[in-house]
Design a protein around this ligand. Sequence first.
Ligand SMILES: Cc1cc2nc3c(=O)[nH]c(=O)nc-3n(C[C@H](O)[C@H](O)[C@H](O)COP(=O)(O)OP(=O)(O)OC[C@H]3O[C@@H](n4cnc5c(N)ncnc54)[C@H](O)[C@@H]3O)c2cc1C
Length: 259
Amino acid sequence: MIRDKKIPTPKYLLDLTPLKKQLSYVKIEEGKVKIGSTTTLYELSRTFLHSDVRFAGFVDVWKKFGTFAIRFSATIGGNLAAATQYSDYITLLLAYDARVKAISANGERTIPVEKLVLDKRVTSLRPDELIKEVEFDAPPESSSSSFIKFDRRELLIAGIVTGAFFLRLDQGKIQDVKVAFDMVKDKRVPARAREVENFLLGKMFSEELVNQAADEILPASMERITDWWTTAEYRLDMSKIALKRGLLKCKTRIEKGVV
Ligand SMILES: Cc1cc2nc3c(=O)[nH]c(=O)nc-3n(C[C@H](O)[C@H](O)[C@H](O)COP(=O)(O)OP(=O)(O)OC[C@H]3O[C@@H](n4cnc5c(N)ncnc54)[C@H](O)[C@@H]3O)c2cc1C
């Protein structure tokens, strides 16, 4: 990136490794899930986030993330701050309405992930700020999530389409639903598909309803692009399939209680 002049040559490099002891953790405190920013994917995989059905989407991301070597070194803070449409944890954490705690010598502030990632490789972090922690409300029972990433291969993929889905049901009724994709409308970074969420919220869950959301509501929330990789039409079709599969996966997980 520096060689190709896509990012300016940095004056200084900051090694966060010495902070690992303080900033690598996953815990639930006062009803909130808190993930320290230097926590690696491997470290995430050793916690309740990979065994409790309410967080099942974390397992899905792990399975499709880069290579094993990358999973041992990539941190959640780095994934968010990289701020691209390929940052899988941005998409997943949007479906949990997550926030980050940013720290600097001047104090701490909370930024919703939605407001952290402004554009491709652009965040709302100030130059003197670090991401200290990611947090989101611990979801109640009868909820689960899923993450879908489509590409031509299974591994080491950027994803033609990625989507993250969160669902909470109460006797079949949709009490909470969140839908995030790698790109929505004219945004070139992950965002929520709110029209889809508003359409589904409060209704009885059924396959027909999900199909209707995917086929009729989703296309109005998305402007998919054509590039050297594939066409906008294909991306939109795959987005519909991701929504259908993702929500049905959440429902099955809630019913069976397993990831
Ligand atoms: C081969 C390969 C495959 C990959 N596959 C995937 C994939 O499948 N899915 C995916 O999402 N990503 C993938 N990535 C991208 C990459 O692994 C992730 O973005 C990774 O999480 C970056 O984390 P890091 O800790 O290495 O951050 P770094 O690369 O060190 O940093 C990334 C950016 O974030 C900033 N930063 C880091 N930590 C913080 C912090 N605490 N506070 C503020 N700013 C910070 C850095 O200054 C830098 O600008 C892949 C990368 C490679 C090389």
